[in-house]
Design a binder for this molecule. Structure first.
Ligand SMILES: Nc1ncnc2c1ncn2[C@@H]1O[C@H](COP(=O)(O)OP(=O)(O)OP(=O)(O)O)[C@@H](O)[C@H]1O
Length: 267
């Protein structure tokens, strides 16, 4: 079903001339097979934002990214998108099939048309080489994707997303399954892309390692519980409303640190 301009119902273009909004969710509901997952979600993502979405498993974080990407439409409410918005998406590694017999370069090229064509142009191959170089994985171009480490896999998907020169970059758990040093590198890389003007929306389970280090957070639990700077969102009150359990928060060098009480009690 679509409206008069051919947009799916619930999806409207934002007028870029009047607004710097890249993406706006107004009273959005999402249900899977009749089961509500998101309810009354309002979210305005403006050019230059760098927002981390936190919340418990099943809170609807990936669902929010799918709405932003446009692969999912709301059951009620509206998703507004800036006209011609280029969006890049880095999926959760766990959702990827690694047996697919392609090399890193081929996998990055696939984003062009969502399938790999053997007759990619020289310019396209050159562009892939540039993006891989930029992410420090050019030497892996001819490796099978299965042979990569977690951090290298994340970079490959980031390369895929960057090939489209996205204005809005969506990342689902970009630091899951990678070690601390690689996590720092990934955050550094994202900070750099943000400095260059890319708007970023990511999800994370890692409150201390990732959420505390991004400029702005959205606490999600079926709906937006709170949005603000990490110091405003990582508070006992907001975290309890979001995660449904009491959490202690300390401050270290001006940054909030959430205490894992269960783990502390176990040791
Ligand atoms: N395609 C689908 N069909 C049916 N139910 C789904 C589908 N995708 C997600 N769900 C359900 O919707 C709820 C929210 O899922 P979602 O993946 O958005 O949560 P999440 O916050 O990203 O969770 P996690 O942190 O575990 O990745 C979950 O209960 C999930 O089981």
């Amino acid at each position: 079903m679509s409206d008069v301009e051919g947009h799916p119902v619930g999806v409207v273009p934002l007028d870029g001339a009047r607004s710097r909004s890249l993406l706006r969710l107004d009273s959005v509901d999402v249900a899977y097979d009749g089961a509500p997952v998101l309810r009354g979600v309002d979210l305005d993502l403006r050019q230059g934002d760098f927002v981390g979405v936190v919340g418990p498993s099943g809170a609807g974080k990936t669902t929010l990214l799918r709405l932003a990407l446009g692969t999912l439409h709301p059951s009620a409410g509206e998703v507004g998108r800036a006209r011609g918005l280029r969006v890049g998406y880095v999926p959760q590694l766990e959702t990827v099939s690694w047996t697919f017999p392609v090399t890193v370069a081929e996998c990055v090229l696939m984003v062009r048309s969502e399938r790999w064509l053997p007759w990619s142009t020289r310019a396209e191959r050159q562009r892939v080489g540039e993006v891989l170089e930029r992410l420090g994985i050019a030497h892996l171009a001819d490796r099978h994707i299965r042979e990569l480490s977690g951090g290298q896999q994340q970079r490959m998907f980031l390369a895929r997303a960057l090939l489209r020169e996205p204005q809005l970059l969506l990342l689902d758990e970009p630091t899951s399954g990678i070690d601390v040093a690689t996590r720092h590198e990934m955050l550094h890389l994202l900070g750099h892309l943000h400095d260059e003007g890319t708007t970023i929306l990511l999800t994370t389970h890692d409150l201390n390692g990732v959420a505390a280090h991004v400029p702005e957070l959205v606490a999600l639990h079926g709906t937006v519980v709170h949005r603000g700077r990490p110091q405003e969102v990582m508070t006992p009150a907001v975290l309890e409303r979001t995660f449904g359990a009491p959490m202690e928060v300390l401050e270290h060098l001006g940054m909030p640190v959430v205490l894992d009480r269960k783990r502390a009690e176990a040791t």
